[in-house]
Design a protein. Structure first.
Length: 161
């Protein structure tokens, strides 16, 4: 794993910088700058207290933390959130409580998501009359089978691409 230098400013100096919990981790933990209580199904945009400047050719992706997802149902609505290289504003996280029963309580400084910095390509979109054939063709949305079924619906019904 290589390391890229990412310049950062603290929009809120009172909260810790993003930190990799263990050497070699892919995601650096982000914290919330505000206390928030999310009722079941409720979402809220929270600040992380930091703004960054990614080199061109990189992007940041805001992922949920699996422990919070499994324990209390906390996730990110637009997971993963995309941080463009040119974005200089505060990184924000659109949190959601997927738990059906109880509220999720978060305090300022809690680690609520993780930022994965990755190299990305930009595409040059070239329109052609026809695309070359492939084995998959236009089969998608469960065309290979093996997906879960709804009660009373056979696994072979439903979307066939
Ligand atoms: O989880 C996120 C996702 C995005 N952003 C910021 C950085 C990103 O560069 C910008 C725009 O994000 P995106 O392109 O996903 O949102 P959009 O709805 O397409 O907004 P825009 O019209 O500004 O591109 O918002 C965040 O702070 N957190
Ligand atoms: Mg956009």
């Amino acid at each position: 794993m290589s390391t890229v230098q990412v310049l950062l400013t603290r929009v809120d100096p009172g909260v810790p910088l993003p930190r990799y919990a263990r050497p070699g981790d892919a995601g650096a933990d982000l914290v919330t700058t505000s206390d928030v209580v999310l009722a079941p199904g409720e979402r809220a945009v929270v600040g992380t207290g930091i703004a960054i400047s990614l080199p061109v050719g990189y992007a940041g992706f805001v992922h949920p933390r699996s422990g919070l997802a499994a324990r209390v149902g906390l996730s990110v609505v637009n997971t993963p959130g995309t941080i463009d290289a040119g974005y200089r504003g505060e990184i924000k996280v659109c949190l959601i409580n997927h738990d059906l029963a109880g509220p999720v309580k978060l305090a300022r400084g809690d680690r609520i998501a993780q930022l994965v910095v990755q190299r990305v390509e930009t595409a040059e979109f070239v329109e052609v009359a026809e695309l070359e054939a492939s084995e998959r063709g236009d089969g998608g949305y469960g065309s290979t089978g093996g997906h879960a079924t709804l009660e009373g619906v056979s696994g072979d019904e439903g979307a066939k691409g």
